[in-house]
Design a binder for this molecule. Structure first.
Ligand code: TLP
Length: 351
């Protein structure tokens, strides 16, 4: 397996390399100019993605960041407010793009340990119509929730938010970068999750192992607006079928194996929790992400460096702790090797 020659890379599921089937599909992809609407492979990918999420239409974009950006640009005008969680990916890691390019203000709300914003807080944050108030353009949620350790938002919670949003005429955007992980964890079709939001973006390039790309889904008129926004940010591509072909393989062949990653993440979490002083919220380990804090006295940077010396790459999630993510290229042996390394590196500091 790959980790014999390479480090065990648990920094993210984004590190997954395309499978042999993806490489073949890319080489053989039928292509055309997508800006003329003539790339048949992009069309197939968009149709497949829309069908899997139960939405009218879909748009292939270069990244999850671009997917969230074009969705927010399509929902909001300049000066509008987006209600979003203070631990959301859009707030933390997307360069403030919606604010920089769309003039969209962030109305940040506290996030609980399961990735939820309180319902009454959301309801209270939606602006009444008044000349001096910004307009509330969109409510954003995230599932699985990255900084909350990969928790999946329950469908009932999403339904409750949708009801509040609908009653106030505000759309809901779901950053469903890992929506198929959420679906697997909840044991429901991804379409049931997506049905609770007006727009959903999901990534092909994470646990599904495609080399590039995300998809935005929603109504046909929303996707038309998102397509315009994609042009605006320079994201309209040409013979994109070459990469979309790998995305199709991701949807056809990689969704059903995600539960394997979840089992391995739980094994990892159970093993890590045995280490004295290590802090881990086991209830949040629901999918392929494990976040933990090292025992006090051990600096996160020292843990990362120590693990790296032992051939294991992990990432620093700052105020949240350290993160490990399981994926297609991490097998059972890699999990056991990681735990052995963690026991050495995270052993209690002698006083
Ligand atoms: N997340 C990355 C990094 O945090 C940048 C990762 O390794 O997990 N939404 C969510 C919830 C995400 O986790 C990510 C990527 C994105 C959006 C953005 O996707 P990309 O990286 O394709 O722009």
């Amino acid at each position: 397996m790959a980790h014999d020659a390479r480090p065990i890379d648990l920094r993210s599921d984004t590190v997954t390399r395309p499978t042999p089937a993806m490489r073949r599909a890319m080489a053989e992809a039928e292509v055309g100019d997508d800006q003329y609407g003539e790339d048949p492979t992009v069309h197939r990918l968009e149709a497949r993605a829309a069908a899997m999420l139960g939405k009218e239409a879909a748009l292939y974009v270069a990244s999850g960041t671009m997917g969230n950006l074009v969705a927010l640009l399509a929902h909001c005008g300049r000066g509008d407010e987006a209600i979003l969680g203070d631990e959301s990916h859009i707030f933390w890691y997307e360069s403030g793009g919606a604010a920089a390019l769309g003039g969209i203000a962030f109305n940040l709300r506290p996030t609980d340990r399961f990735g939820r914003l309180a319902l009454d807080d959301i309801a209270g944050a939606i602006r009444p119509v008044r000349a001096g108030y910004p307009r509330t353009g969109v409510i954003c949620l995230e599932t699985t929730h990255n900084r909350c350790g990969g928790v999946a938002l329950p469908v009932d919670y999403l339904r409750d938010v949708a009801e509040i949003a609908r009653s106030r005429g505000v759309p809901v955007h779901l950053d469903g970068a890992r929506i198929f992980n959420a679906a697997a964890a909840l044991g429901v079709p991804a379409a049931e999750i997506a049905a609770q939001a007006d727009s959903v973006q999901f990534c092909l390039s994470k646990g599904l192992a495609a080399p590039v790309g995300s998809v935005v889904t929603g109504t046909a008129s929303f996707i038309e607006a998102a397509r315009r926004a994609r042009n605006l940010v320079g994201g309209a591509m040409r013979q994109a079928g070459v990469i979309a072909a790998a995305g199709l393989v991701a949807l056809e062949e990689m969704v059903n194996r995600l539960p394997d990653d979840h089992v391995r993440a739980r094994r990892l979490a159970t093993g890590l929790a045995q280490i004295p002083g290590l802090v881990l919220d086991a209830a949040t380990v629901q999918t392929n992400i494990v976040i933990f804090r090292p025992p006090s006295g051990l600096a996160p940077e020292a843990v990362i460096a120590g693990m790296k010396d032992d051939g294991v790459l992990i990432s620093n999630y700052g105020t949240r702790g350290l993160r490990m993510v399981t994926h297609y290229e991490v097998d059972d042996a890699a999990i056991e090797a990681t735990l052995a390394a963690a026991e050495r590196v995270l052993a209690p500091v002698a006083v």
